[in-house]
Design a protein around this ligand. Structure first.
Ligand code: AMP
Ligand code: MG
Length: 329
């Protein structure tokens, strides 16, 4: 049983030791207004966790006694939310007297992609509400080749959406708006070395919306289009440079923003240029989900065995490149 609890989604997945997902149930916190408030999310997760666990078990037609291993997301994420996942998992492990393993959420995104897309050694672009990371396996770790220096790409899109009255999460609606325009308004394009910065882009988009030219010389579709073009071109540049540097022959796009067709096209284009196979993680497994935690827990357990309870402390800031990956040679 894999338990995901790093941010908005409490998700439980049941996976067998061959990588078949028997069931997956998500409960997502959707803010009425504003962003993700950890204390409100924690309340929702606390109210619903047992319900989600029970639904996952009944979907898989098994009982809690059939569970052999508990895996949970220990990092990175919002402290109060990570804690619930850790506490529920420790409790289950001790009550059921079964092993527990602690998993890094970002590594889990890569591992479920490798499993679902049947690929071996990808360069991965992981784009979500909380993360923006280009990584690949090298020298025993998932090394980070590029990342955001400030806000994540999904957060940028959701913040823009919120400013124009689109409910959370705004990504799919913003994509639809952007499709209706091909008018590009100049916006700041900020790539520093291999890293990205989106906060200046967000401020510039706000200025476009507040300008007297808005609705006279350009409309909301034009702004959405320009925002996507700029941000996605930045992501594509960094991904391509990492691809050239690592020489990987597979590219994996994952995270909630991977659903975006425009981003998919751009990453596919550079993959083709470098003769690399391009894969997008199926949408059910691209966003935060308990199945990815369960599967990564299995890989970790097979390679290293269980964690002791004192080894299961949360680590809100842990980076994926701090962890060695013994199940890959
Ligand atoms: P995650 O954090 O991985 O659960 O993904 C959620 C993020 O994906 C949110 O920021 C959404 O706005 C974003 N998202 C979902 N669908 C799309 C889309 N079609 N285009 C852009 N962003 C999207
Ligand atoms: Mg995620």
């Amino acid at each position: 049983m894999g338990i995901e609890s790093t941010a908005h989604t409490w998700s439980v997945g049941i996976v067998d030791f061959s990588g078949n997902v028997l069931s997956l149930v998500n409960d997502m916190f959707i803010p009425e207004k504003g962003g993700i408030h950890p204390i409100l999310v924690r309340e929702q997760h606390l109210n619903n966790f047992i319900n989600v666990i029970n639904r996952t078990l009944s979907e898989a037609s098994i009982s809690i006694r059939d569970i052999d291993l508990i895996a949970f997301s220990k990092s990175p994420g919002l402290g109060p939310i990570l804690k619930i996942g850790a506490q529920v998992s420790r409790l289950l492990s001790q009550l059921l007297d079964i092993p527990i393993v602690a998993v890094n959420h970002c590594i889990a995104h890569v591992e479920i992609g490798r499993l679902m897309c049947k690929i071996e050694d990808p360069l991965t672009l992981y784009v979500s509400g909380g993360n923006t990371i280009v990584s690949a396996f090298e020298s025993e770790r998932y090394q980070i080749f590029g990342e955001t220096l400030d806000i994540p790409i999904g957060n940028l899109i959701d913040s823009f959406a919120r400013d124009v009255g689109i409910p959370h999460p705004g990504g799919p609606r913003v994509e639809q708006l952007a499709k209706k325009s091909s008018k590009y308004l100049s916006l700041p394009y900020v790539v520093k070395g291999m890293d990205l910065s989106f906060s200046g882009l967000y401020s510039a988009v706000k200025r476009l919306l507040e300008s007297k030219d808005f609705r006279n010389n350009y409309n909301l579709n034009d702004v959405a289009h320009s925002l996507q073009e700029t941000a996605f071109a930045m992501l594509t540049e960094v991904t391509e440079r990492a691809l050239a540097h690592t020489g990987k022959k597979e590219v994996l796009l994952t995270g909630g923003v991977a659903a975006n067709k425009n981003l998919q096209e751009k990453i596919k284009y550079i993959s083709d240029e470098h003769d690399a196979r391009f894969e997008v993680v199926p949408v059910r497994y691209a966003g935060d989900n308990g199945a990815m935690i369960g599967w990564t827990g299995i890989l970790r357990y097979k390679a290293l065995g269980e964690n002791t309870i004192s080894d299961t402390q949360i680590n809100p800031k842990e980076r994926m490149d701090q962890i060695t990956i013994p199940w890959r040679s």
